[in-house]
Design a binder for this molecule. Structure first.
Ligand code: PLP
Length: 483
């Protein structure tokens, strides 16, 4: 029988082009340090280099890959460069990339257990593994009342937690009739902006989010939280949700869960813990103190896509009581009904998240855990923390600089004592040099530089060189000032 005409890539073409892509990526990783970390293209420059119209006829794969190198690379900020210290990291690794490639290749949409049992069961299993790797309480395990689910981001995970909390507090009435404006949520003034965004999305209302003051280390002041809850209750409002942060974005502050937890219990508030980057540190027993008090949490999330060598997107959300989450998010149309779901013996992860559809994300996580093993993951996390401590030591030894916050893990917040303008200039000069990339925040209303050591391939030599470059630019700044 003759083959009908088609325009698809044949399996043999796919094999050849696939090899070429892997070769290209292997070379990219080999040479990634040669690229300026921070892309300096001007707005519109990349679009101007692209053809105005799409091609009428298909093009060769070589042309496409060639254009990635020629047209796209100049507009890439190299998050996978070991000289990337900006924001929080967004890790990739060989094992993860290949797991993700398999996920793309299998093309599974795992909304229901029935739409690919392995997609659901591997996820449940790997998330149980991870819970025990982080030494999370048993209640978060799928064998108990809870369980874990992979979300795209911490933002979505916290939104799911917030919605479940809203429904628990209102006995699922809000899902039917909408918010009545009385519910009050709490987080610290240092919490991630996603919490405010989620409060808006969930219909709680921005005015009903209390940003609790922080202590001198930028961690939530538990006394202030308790006082605010009392005040809101006295005013006839309904406190229902607290989001504590383990590792704030600005300064990596660790909110005191062991003090916040009992307050939540006393007032029956849902405690969500956002450990987006720093949760990964709990892979190492010596850093597990960051989770002291986690037994009080109703939900917990962290992002392997930040610091656990797993490609974006991959956030792990754990809930202690999955029934509440599922009842909050489940809507069952006829076309999704199936025997397995009705048997009650399976998880349908569509009911644990906002979208219906979902990728096979646990493959990359499974590959990462199996490739590195617990020991390999611990080795790299310890190395990053050790490098951050070394870097912080150098800061304290140079009289021109000061630390702006404690360094509990892998983020160093520091500044030149010379003031905001000098720090802005230092950061701009470093970033435009292409040698490294770091970003800033404001702490105590002062410009503060953030140096986060968490990129997969960052080693001692990179951090040493970064510090040398920072010192050189600081020298230049002071000599141009005195000239
Ligand atoms: N929470 C914290 C503490 C973060 O640091 C971040 C991002 O840096 C987020 C939430 C948001 O992460 P995502 O991009 O996964 O939504």
């Amino acid at each position: 029988m003759s083959q009908e005409k088609n325009f698809h890539m044949s399996p043999e073409e796919f094999r050849n082009h696939g090899h070429a892509v892997i070769d290209w990526l292997a070379d990219y990783y080999k040479n990634v340090e040669a690229y300026p970390v921070f892309s300096s293209v001007k707005p519109g420059e990349i679009r101007d280099s692209l053809p105005p119209n799409p091609p009428q006829n298909g093009e060769s794969f070589d042309a496409m890959l060639g254009d990635v190198e020629k047209l796209i690379l100049p507009g890439i900020t190299h998050w996978q460069s070991p000289n990337f210290y900006a924001y929080f990291p967004c890790n990739a690794s060989g094992a993860s990339i290949l797991g993700d490639l398999l996920s793309s290749g299998l093309g599974v949409q795992g909304m229901l257990w029935a739409t690919s049992p392995a997609c659901t069961e591997l996820e449940t299993h790997v998330l149980d593994w991870l819970a025990s790797m982080l030494d999370l309480p048993d209640k978060f395990l799928s064998k108990r009342s809870g369980g874990g689910v992979i979300q795209d981001t911490a933002s979505s995970a916290s939104l799911c937690a917030l919605l479940a909390a809203r429904e628990r507090a209102t006995r699922f009435v809000t899902n039917r009739t909408g918010c009545d404006g009385k519910l009050i949520a709490y987080t610290s003034s240092q919490a991630h902006s996603s919490i405010e965004k989620n409060v808006r999305i969930a219909g709680i209302g921005r005015d009903n989010l209390r940003l609790i003051e922080v202590d001198e280390h930028f961690a939530m002041n538990a006394g202030a939280l308790a006082a605010q809850i009392q005040q809101d209750k006295s005013a006839g409002r309904v406190p229902f949700f607290v989001c504590a942060t383990v590792g704030t974005t600005s300064s990596n502050a660790i909110d005191p869960l062991a003090r916040i937890g009992p307050i939540c219990r006393e007032h029956n508030l849902w405690l969500h813990v956002d450990a987006a980057m720093s949760g990964t540190a709990a892979l190492c027993p010596e850093f597990r103190h960051i989770h002291n008090g986690i037994e009080f949490a109703d939900s917990y999330c962290f992002n392997p896509h930040k610091w656990m060598f797993t490609n974006f997107d991959c956030d792990c959300l754990y809930v202690a009581d999955r029934k509440t989450l599922i009842q909050t998010l489940s809507v069952l149309p006829e076309y999704l009904r199936n025997q397995a779901s009705e048997s009650g013996a399976v998880f349908d992860y569509r009911d644990w998240q906002i979208p219906l559809g979902r990728r096979f994300r646990s493959l990359k996580l499974w590959f990462v855990i199996r490739h590195y093993g617990i020991a390999g993951l611990q080795y790299h996390i310890r190395q990053h923390v050790e490098l951050a401590r070394q870097f912080a030591q150098w800061i304290t030894e140079d009289k021109r600089f000061e630390l702006a916050a404690p360094v509990p893990l892998n983020l160093v917040c520091f500044r030149l004592k010379a003031g905001d303008d000098a720090n802005q200039m230092l950061m701009d000069r470093l970033n435009t040099s292409g040698d490294l990339y770091l970003t800033h925040t404001r702490l105590n209303d002062r410009m503060t530089l953030r140096f986060c050591i968490g990129q997969t391939n960052t080693e001692a030599r990179h951090v040493k060189r970064a510090w040398k470059r920072i010192q050189e630019e600081a020298d230049q700044l002071s000599s141009s000032k005195s000239a």
